[in-house]
Design a binder for this molecule. Sequence first.
Ligand code: ANZ
Ligand code: ZN
Length: 815
Amino acid sequence: MPYDSKSIELKWQKIWDEEGVFEPKDDYSLPKKYILSMFPYPSGRIHMGHVRNYSIGDALSRYYRLRGYNVLQPIGFDSFGMPAENAAIKHGIHPKTWTYENIDYMKNELHRLGFSFSARRMLATSDPLYTRWEQEFFIKLFEKGLIYRKSAVVNWCEHDQTVLANEQVEEGRCWRCGNEVVQKQMPGYYLKITAYAQELLDCLKQLEGKWPAQVLTMQENWIGRSEGLEFSFKFDEQSSAKLGGIEGFRVFTTRPDTIYGMSYAALAPEHEVVKRLLDNNLLGAEAAAKVREILNQSPRERQASDKDGVSLGISVLHPLSGKKIPVWTANFVLAEYGGGAVMAVPAHDERDFEFAKKFNLPIIQSIAPKSGDYDASKAYVESGVLINSAEFSGMDSEKAKSAVISKFEELGLGRRVVNFKLRDWGVSRQRYWGAPIPMIHCPKCGLVSEEISNLPVELPQDVKITGKGNPLDAHPSWKFCKCPKCGGDGVRETDTLDTFFESSWYFARYASDERTWQQRAFDEQSVNYWMNVDQYIGGIEHAILHLLYARFFQKALRDIGYLRDSEPFERLLTQGMVLKDGAKMSKSKGNTVDPDDIIETYGADTARLFMLFAAPPQKELEWNDSAVEGAYKFLSRLYDRAENAYATDKIPQIDHAALNKEEKYARLKVYEALKKSQQVYESSFAFNTLIAACMEALNALNAQSNKDVFTEGYFVILCLLEPIVPHICAELSERLFKRQNFGELRVCEEVFESDTIKLAVTINGKKRAEFEAGASLSEGEILSLAKQNCAKWLEGKSIVKEIYVKNKLVNLVIK
Ligand code: ANZ
Ligand code: ZN
């Protein structure tokens, strides 16, 4: 019978379901592995990126299950979010209907791919039961001060009609729709991620070597810690009088060693001092126009344009020398950082330098290079030795940084501070399809959280979704409620939560025994056994966003007593993108391949094999129709070869020494593959090399005719490939082998002995290459291998002499 993927796959999927083999076991004394792939958004269909992601996760899960581990591999749906509402606007379907229909369809697709997900722990984040606990966390975090409400300037996407977190703005554009983001003052709820800035940074150390270095660096930069001096400038008398009482302003510098090099101060145009000048008409018409011009630019536009600004006609005093320092407003000063003001040191800072050049401001050198010459045509930004710096002259930059800070502290003028770039996470969204924020505005009591016993606060179903305005706010009755504190009339919060709130704790929910999901957020015993995630797999696009939020959430839930660990993900693998014709496969580019079509034509095993064979998981994968075909052909060959093996319930015993050359070689290839497998499944994830080794082994087995050798080798190959192509391997194993009697697969070391020799190749006496070859090869075969191994040295030359020193060396003389 030829390979019939469809019937084999359906048969095994049914068996696996009936036996419940993918469900984690209750025995907490077993060694465990928690393998997690990032869950999908229920957009409608599984795409190739998902297939790739889940093929990797499933290979690991099945591998560990075969090795006797208790494995948890759950899946769910990140099912709140905008596309559901957009579908509602476009097609008139209710977001809930649209979402759950998609989930059903995608569940079925995942099932057809044979992924070994736990069915019992499946969840969707829009389930009221999930919202129930999420709202409880919100309330507890609010009570603990880790969530607060404030009015602030936020990123607003006009297209999606909602606020975005800083992490959701990519180069000034909305991460979802690509629209340019505008700034808007609005009230909203914030998660105090800044309270964890230092811990988030410190914990990155533990992840070194286990997370991709690139992700760690991106997080480190995003957190953006810097240490320095904070002090307040005082205005001179005249300026102070002009400003009607404002005495000065605060600045932050990471280079207190350059304090004597400052030649002006610069304020963000949003700064209160600039506002005061503008509001009281204290700027000339031209200066006022310039300030307004910059105010109208987005931070991104300012960054992209040349340095610009204008003098404000006021001065401060140098805190140490008392010298008058002019104050400007400048487009490169960020309103949201370090007080929105800087001491400018053009000699030692590039931005300050450009600005000073443009406006002819003095450039005062205060740091001399330790070696080499000072080049006055640009800013010298390195550290060095202080000059022109009063009592600090002659000091080293590093030492001077501390000394200057101490001096400020002694004089009561400033203090040592640590600054972070990280900002609190704004979670209010002005949309319908999200978790309602469980807060009530009471005219008497102010902001009050909903009673825990009233949770979940569910979304109303009867809403009009138009894309304009918040449907919850427009609903005629939903928002009117009683104040839990005084019983009077209150109004519900109509904002919903950022969907990243849901994805910040789903991994812990899965880790909890589903039989307790109704009663508790997390079942302690189960969660402590399964957490943290041993291997997390997902896209690099979440390097900051989801992965930072989840790390923070884990710590916050720890601190309000729900979880134990500090870090959720022990190891992280970021898989590369799936490309077609060199571009990311995506609907908008119209270059997608539907996984359903591949399953239909070739079967799930082919899809999975292709995904893991075409490239190492961390690298981009270029779609290739003929390689898919090739994967299918290999599986057909594997299937057909079964006829060369015999059925048995124990591994054949083989006397290796008595074998001929081809037989020995076949065993060598089989055991090379086995030897490689552990390292591939447990650390490198280079499945492509393991698959290649299995292909080679199958070829070698086929090139000999010893049935014992074939049967043994075939058995090993099926075991090695089973995590990758589980259906076909289960089918063939069932037909031929009663595996339970076989025990652990063991590498047969004797096949490696004396079978290969290491040879060096020298050309005109110089060593050029080294290679391994079978000990039984003839001199002619060795010589031709030697030439292949140093082909680049031989190009365009002619060989005048070939010398083979047996089992050691090939020497070639060339001209
Ligand atoms: C004087 C100075 C001299 C600086 C020098 C640098 C080099 P990080 O490391 O990013 O924290 N700065 C402070 N607040 C700013 C703001 N709101 N907008 C733009 N720039 C601001 O950078 C801190 C440095 O960035 C500070 O140190 C300040 O410039 C500038 F040779 O102060 B520095
Ligand atoms: Zn009240």
